[in-house]
Design a binder for this molecule. Sequence first.
Ligand code: PEP
Ligand code: MN
Length: 468
Amino acid sequence: MTSTPVLPADISVAKGWAPDSWRTKPILQDVDYPDQAHLDRVLEKLARLPPMVVPGEIHRLRQQLADVALGKAFLLQGGDCAELFDYCAQSPIEAKLKVLLQMSLVLIWGSRMPVVRIARIAGQYAKPRSKPTEMHEGQEILSYRGDNVNGYDPADRNPDPERLLGAYFHSAATLNYVRSILSEGFADLHHPSNWNLHHVKSSTLRQEYQTIVDRLTDALDFMKTIGADPNASSSSGIINALSTVDIFASHEGLLLDYEQSLTRLLVDPTDPTRQKYYNVGTHFLWIGDRTRQLNGAHIEYFRGIENPIGIKCGPSMKPDELVALLDVVDADKQPGKVTLITRYGADQVDKCLPGHIKAVQQSGHIVVWACDPMHGNTKQSVSGVKTRHLMDITRELSQAIRIHTQYGSHLGGVHLELTGDRVTECVGGSMELLDAELLERYETHCDPRLNYEQALDMAFLIAKYQEK
Ligand code: PEP
Ligand code: MN
């Protein structure tokens, strides 16, 4: 018997790019490992480990982000500032998924648009720092750089390459549990008990949310009655829009040694004649505001991968610099390939955003505009910890929405630091958290996050702005 020979697929790669071409460029926020041979052994091992995500999923997210860029869907991206290996446990994962799902339900209700959900999860371990060292009990010690570099404990600050393997295995275990509970109906709207707000203090918030769930349950009952609900009539296990949802993973692509090890040449399922480079360690990667230099190593790495990517844009970004960056990372001008995550601060958004919008409009790149109202609004609390006020967060977000509309653009999404737990890290919201209460459950190892209730506050606020 003869079979048609399968032709080797052509390799599509950006000009002059290779998974390691970033090594020829200047790099910021690099980690100094004392034992290079140990690092090399770890990187070789990482390069043999299997993909955590596959090209089909990456293309599905590309498609969904193209919809966001074209105004047909809304993006919700959120999670911890610094994910810890300890968060790889049942309850924190469930709490985070639950808050993202509940927020997205509110957003869908308000905007009548599909919501694309990307979590900062399963790999958000590396943190850029403003200073390499800090003072601890009168001694200068290395700064905490994230669980994949060193430990938060002041006695454990030396970078250890084994932590890169730890990052892979904790990411894989987290993603495995996310996939399992989603496929078993964690996001199933037919089980409203998963959707309750029992422990939310504010009765207004609870009522507003309950109204949405009740109306949805009514709509589902009606569909069941007329036989239009596929779950009611078919065998179990059917995957449809009501019983499961996509939740994609993302992290900051900071440690390029790690990212390179997880960069693989694979066949593009949307065009099987081509092989392309995918980062198989996550679906979506973003470049931080500190490492987005046009001629730097990070931009060089990012320009070669197929994954959708984000670029954080702070007040120091010049409009022509932004366009130059887009020309490098989105040479083919693919809608939604790049998400611009603006994070200017409530007092600067008016000054910075219009120039960025106009420059991008003239350039012909069709991006997703997301607002990160967290990172430009970090303040010192009276008690001496880093905090953020919901007033400032709301102000930056509402101004971003208004400015986009004014300039013929649209805000496509939000990027928030949040947790599903009842921490006390940000001030205000419907629970009226006071500065004096911050130390009660201040648990973050990096930036202050919205707690469960404050995250829902934000969802209602955005939904109100978008109500149709
Ligand atoms: C972050 O998202 O945690 C972060 C460090 O953001 P930025 O790069 O915008 O400062
Ligand atoms: Mn942060």
